[in-house]
Unconditional design. Structure first.
Length: 352
């Protein structure tokens, strides 16, 4: 396979494929198609009666703290968008959609939150700058694939899509192949393993895709696929080489990139569960301490989706029990509230 330098140059056909709304994430998903593939996650449109993502009426900007951020409010006071100082992640209000994964859970998230990356980190007064005005005009109310749409393109049953070079940039992913013991699964499966291509990062470090890990993404590899290869956030080759999003969950959690929303606290190696998780918002990275064998390292990372229809705060991540990306319940419900398995092991959160 050819090496690709830094942010690989995508052919026109690939660019169009990535930017166009995925057929898997269509807002006109036919019921008969859902019936044919009941195990596949579905996103359906349930338009809100009020503002559905278009900038209409009087709008006002407001500055808030914890974390320091700017919010855009509509004429009725509803928050239309949130921008956090020091973060490129923006949460925009848009058409309502339902996130589900019926193969592994009954949990459903009905949301108007669309999570996108801005070209620059937010700073006070950025709403007056040209780069932001141009970006906001293009993406506010847009139905093009966002971070959530991309994430669900790797769950069980998601159809494979390839670029014009035959590289499968989306489709059902596994966590990793079995080890020789036939019980545990191999970890450290990054996005280039899934793609089956050798990859050269911006600092010149080259990594070789391993054939036995083809179409595999571990928890941090899943985040790097979503945010890095697909959404174009800079990526480090390892936790030490290059700049951008590090390789491991622990590297991401301790990195200076983005904004720490829930700060790591308490004595190592287990640290302390955050007492108040109200500050997390859709799109945040969640970090967990799960395994005593990893010392003081945080060893799992997930993407926060929001509150489901039962009132629980849920996430999606790639894990061994389901053998791939899931918002499911196998091996522990994907929740950070209450006293469940993952809730009790949550340690910190970051906004890229």
């Amino acid at each position: 396979m050819p090496k690709r330098k830094g942010r690989p140059v995508l052919h026109a056909a690939t660019v169009l494929a990535l930017l166009a709304g995925s057929a898997y994430f269509t807002f006109e998903l036919r019921k008969d198609e859902e019936a044919k593939v009941p195990a596949v996650q579905a996103v359906t449109d349930k338009p809100a009666l009020e503002n559905s993502g278009k900038a209409t009426g009087k709008q006002t900007w407001e500055r808030l703290n914890n974390p320091t951020r700017s919010v855009l409010r509509g004429e009725n006071g509803d928050i239309l968008a949130t921008f956090t100082d020091g973060a490129r992640t923006a949460t925009l209000r848009g058409p309502s959609r339902t996130l589900t994964e019926p193969a592994n859970t009954q949990s459903r998230v009905v949301t108007q939150d669309w999570v996108r990356l801005m070209p620059e980190a937010w700073r006070k007064g950025a709403e007056k700058e040209k780069w932001f005005k141009d970006w906001f005009k293009e993406f506010y109310g847009s139905e093009a694939d966002d971070i959530f749409a991309i994430a669900f393109q790797y769950v069980e049953g998601a159809p494979v899509k390839k670029d014009d070079e035959g590289v499968p940039y989306e489709g059902d992913a596994i966590f990793g192949p079995f080890k020789e013991d036939g019980v545990d699964r191999l970890e450290q499966n990054d996005f280039y393993d899934y793609l089956g291509i050798n990859y050269t990062f911006r600092d010149g470090t080259s990594m070789v895709a391993r054939k036995e890990r083809y179409r595999a993404l571990d928890c941090s590899g899943f985040m790097r696929m979503i945010w890095g290869y697909r959404a174009r956030y800079p990526l480090m080759a390892t936790n030490l080489s290059g700049d951008g999003l590090p390789r491991s969950a622990d590297g991401m959690a301790r990195s200076k990139i983005g904004v720490d929303i829930l700060k790591l606290s308490g004595p190592s190696p287990w640290y302390t569960r955050p007492k108040n998780i109200d500050v997390v918002q859709p799109g945040d990275l969640l970090f967990f301490k799960m395994d005593h064998r990893t010392g003081n390292h945080l060893d799992h990372v997930a993407l926060y989706l929001g509150v489901d229809t039962d009132g629980h705060r849920v996430f999606i991540s790639s894990r061994k029990e389901v053998n791939g990306p899931t918002m499911g319940d196998k091996g522990g419900a994907s929740r950070i509230d209450g006293n469940g398995f993952y809730a009790g092991l949550l340690r910190s959160a970051k906004r890229l």
